[in-house]
Each structure stands twice: as C-alpha cells, then as structure tokens.
Design a protein around this ligand. Structure first.
Ligand code: C2O
Ligand code: CU
Ligand code: CU
Length: 494
C-alpha cells in the first residue's frame, strides 16, 4: 500500500469505524506531475498544482444500506470520489465510459470554459470511448463546494439517479478562516435511490418522470442513517450537496440551528442562523453547527416539503395532494407527510469552547444590470412529445440558440414560474446573486448557481458574464424536467 496523504488517511480511517465504505480501500494516490496512478481511494487531491486522475463510469455492485445494488458509479463508488483542488490548479481527468449508454461530464458550479474539453456539456462520449478533460481553475476562483455529474441531454436524470455524482472541492480563503479551519469538517452528499428486485435502479419507464423521479432509499454518502459527531463545546462544518435528481431536502437537526457560511458559489459575508435549510437539487450549503446542547443523540431530519404537481399522474395537476397512488414503487417512495431520518448525530468529548466567526468574507456588490431578460417556466403538451417542460413556451431545441449575451456585461434575469410545480433554475459557468423574490429583496447577499423558483413566484437574479465565451446551458435542476425540455442554450459572445 502506498503512502496516503493526511486527508486520505483521515477518510479511510473514519470509514473503518463501522460505517460502510462503499469502495474497496485500495491504493492511495501519488501524483507527481505526470506520474499519477489509478486509485480507489475516495479522495483525489491536487499535488504540485495538478489534479490528475483516471475516472471510469461503469455499472458496479454497491452496498446501499442493507441492500445490494447495481448502481452507476465513477471508479466503483457511490457517491463518486471527492476531488480537491485549489485556485490556479490544472485539472486533467482521463475519463472512460464503460456504461451501456453515452455520457459526459459536467463540473457544476465551476467557473471554467464551457468549450473544448473543459465544462462542455455538448461532448458525447460513446460506450467504450475515452476522453481527457483538461482545464485550469482560475487564480481568483472562489473556494467552495462544487460537484460533477453526467450531462448528456435526455439521459441526465437516469444517470444521476443511478448514482453518478461526486464532490469537487475548491480550497481557498474560506478554508483559512481560523474558526472555519478549527471546525471539524464533514461532507454530506444526499442521494435517493429506487431499486427493482434485482437491485437495479428503476428505469425511466417505471418512474414518475413528470413530477421528477424520487426514490425511497435515502442516503448520505451512500449510507442509510450514518452517524456523525460533534465535539462538546466545539464546532463542526458540514458541506452538504443535494445530488438527488428531483428530491428536495428540508433539513433540520434536532436542537441545533445551522449557521450558514457559504452557498453554491462560496462564502457569505457573515454566518446566517437558520433553524431549517431547504436544499433543492444541485444546491450546496456550508454550515457551522455548535456543540452546545446536552450530549446525547440527535436526528438529522428531512422534513416534509410539497414541491407541487404530485397529483399529476392521476390526470389532474393539484398541489398538495400528498402521496401518489397506483404506481407501486412510486407510491412508497414519495413521503410528504412525515419527517425522515437522514443521519444520527452524537457528541464527542468536550474541547475548548470554540466561537463562530463574526465575518466570513465579502460578497461583491454587483453593478446595476445593463439588460433585463425574462424567462417563463411552465409545462404543456407538445405535438409528438407528449408532456413537455418549457421555457418561454418552447421545449429545448439543441440546434437553436435561445439566449445570446455579451462577455463583461451584467444582466438581470427575471424568472417567472407560471406552472404548478416548483423549479430550481440553474445556470452553468457564471454564478449569480439573487436580487429579489416576488419583488422582495433577498435578506443577505450570496453567490448562487441554482435557485428555487416556486410555483407562482418571480425571482430576479443578477449575472456577471466573465472570462469565458462560448455555448452553454441553463435549465431546471429537476433533471427529468431538464431531460423533458426545460433547458435553453446560452451563447456568451465576446
Ligand atoms: Cu448540475 Cu446543468 O447541472
Ligand atoms: Cu451545472
Ligand atoms: Cu422543474
């Protein structure tokens, strides 16, 4: 066994404490310039400004809680290996598609080129094909919690639901804030699954794709109800990703408020105290949690949330009807009535009292926008397609440019949801700030790349288009909606 770096060692040893590690604990990673080795270790960290690895997409047996499942994996793991790099690092991923269907990779939230072999979602990698992704993370890239997943239009929901998703961490200033640095860091990747009798993910035909597929097996880091701990008097930093294709998580940790310090695109100005956190598909948060309660066990809960449209399969489109009927697996998988336990948190021995940071970062104040664009989200029947999900009345057409913008300009996009279901709106390449929701200003400034637009709402976002020209996309991050047409092509011109 090769030497592990400290972080890899921590991950491996943490996983041997009874929790199921989904990978074989293979060799560690040594990456000296071009001398990289394939590794099954769950974390790949850049060395000498280079993050280089082999990444294989394939169907593999994986232990999901008490069940044996046949999932879609990157390097045999669900969730996929965590990648860690720093601003200025070069990333080189030798990707091979050993799936039965075509695929590609998207680096959700990263500010990198949408072209070439970088964050290009128009690449098509056939079964058996290889492709090397290569890009440089800009020197001024914010630190934050990003992720990677497949993005081949029409197959995105199916492949992400199969398990293909992993964290992409950019380390930087946020990690150096003393209080944040002192906190015990944990990563929580939230994924849900639905399996057939053979342990294979249910196919698109077996799922309610109109509402967006949800599974009845809820996992955190590929485990059902895993354990986390908080040092008494101490601080933990949880970095949470919703990697589910459709499920919303309304998170609550019994007796512990969350102190939000970062959203999709990085750090906030200062911590924001919240008793509950809503995380829609694709969104990430970083929170601090204080170990100031009585030392015992507490549950991390997913509280009921009604995202609308659940009556659709019965022909109607009523909101708030609760569980669906008559669809076998689906009926059981949609539980909108009762809280569900995601994880259990216990207390570790007391440490010196740790304080919350008073300031975290400075979120840039963007200049007034030079242009306003309007987007209307809805769904409808389209000839030949059946139910389609629409932006400005049109389903996605891959050969058209729906939106054209200019580099170095700031735009406001006003996104209105006139349908009956909530839609988390996502933009690639450039993060944005939310200006208002139904005309009400946002309570704090933050960088986002995915923002919930509830049924009936209008959300105004402000986007600076910076650094990169080329063609990319925006879409609903309920990935079935994206696959069913709620997406647009965006061209950024010089
Ligand atoms: Cu996370 Cu276009 O996606
Ligand atoms: Cu994305
Ligand atoms: Cu949607």
């Amino acid at each position: 066994m090769q030497k592990l770096n400290r972080r890899q060692f921590l991950v491996l040893s943490a996983s041997s404490t009874g929790a199921v590690l989904l990978s074989q604990c293979g060799r560690g990673q040594s990456q000296e310039n071009n001398d990289y080795k394939r590794s099954l270790a769950p974390v790949y960290t850049s060395q000498n400004n280079l993050l280089e690895l082999d990444l294989e997409a394939s169907s593999r047996p994986v232990q999901l809680g008490t069940q044996q499942a046949d999932l879609l994996t990157y390097n045999g793991q669900v969730p996929a290996p965590r990648l860690e790099a720093k601003p200025g690092d070069r990333v080189r991923i030798h990707f091979i598609n050993n799936l039965a269907k075509p695929t590609n990779l998207h680096y959700h939230g990263l500010h990198i080129p949408p072209t070439g072999n970088a964050d290009n979602v128009f690449l098509h990698i056939s079964p058996g094909e290889k492709l090397t992704y290569e890009f440089v993370i800009p020197d001024n890239h914010p630190a934050g919690t990003f992720w990677y997943h497949p993005h081949l239009h029409g197959l995105v929901a199916e492949q992400v639901f199969g398990g293909l998703a992993g964290l992409f961490i950019v380390r930087g200033e946020l990690d150096e804030i003393p209080e944040v640095k002192a906190a015990k860091e944990e990563f929580l990747v939230l994924q849900d699954f639905a399996l057939d009798e053979q342990g294979k993910p249910l196919s698109s035909a077996q799922m309610s794709i109109m509402t967006g597929r949800e599974g009845n097996i809820l996992t955190v880091n590929g485990q059902t109800n895993p354990r986390f701990s908080i040092p008494k008097n101490g601080l933990v930093r949880w970095r949470i990703l919703n990697a589910s294709p459709s499920r919303f998580y309304q998170l609550s940790l019994e007796n512990h408020p969350f102190y939000l310090i970062a959203t999709d695109g990085g750090a906030l100005d200062k911590p924001v105290k919240m008793s509950e956190l809503l995380l829609t598909p694709g969104e990430r948060v970083e929170v601090l949690i204080r170990g100031d309660a009585e030392p015992r066990e507490y549950r991390l809960l997913n509280l009921p949330y009604d995202r609308g449209g659940m009556g659709m399969m019965g022909g109607g489109m009523m909101r708030g009807r609760g569980m669906m009927r008559g669809r076998g697996m689906m009926g059981r998988s949609l539980n909108r009535q009762t809280p569900m336990v995601l994880a259990t948190v216990s207390y570790d021995a007391a440490v010196e009292p740790m304080a919350l940071p008073t300031a975290v970062s400075t979120v840039e104040v963007l200049p007034e926008s030079q242009q306003i664009r309007r987007f209307q989200l809805n769904h409808g029947m389209t000839p030949g397609m059946g139910m389609a999900f629409l932006i400005n009345g049109q389903p996605y057409q891959s050969d058209l440019i729906q939106t054209q913008v200019n580099l170095n300009r700031v735009e406001d996009w006003e996104i209105t949801n006139t349908g009956v279901m909530d839609h988390p709106f996502h933009l690639h390449i450039n993060s944005f700030q939310v200006i208002s929701r139904n005309g009400q200003p946002e309570p704090y400034r933050s960088w986002k790349d995915t923002i919930l637009v509830r049924a009936g709402e209008t959300v105004r976002i402000r986007i600076p288009f910076r650094d990169f020209t080329g063609k990319t996309v925006y879409h609903c991050h309920i990935l079935d909606h994206e696959d069913l047409g709620m997406m647009g092509n965006l061209v950024i011109d010089s």
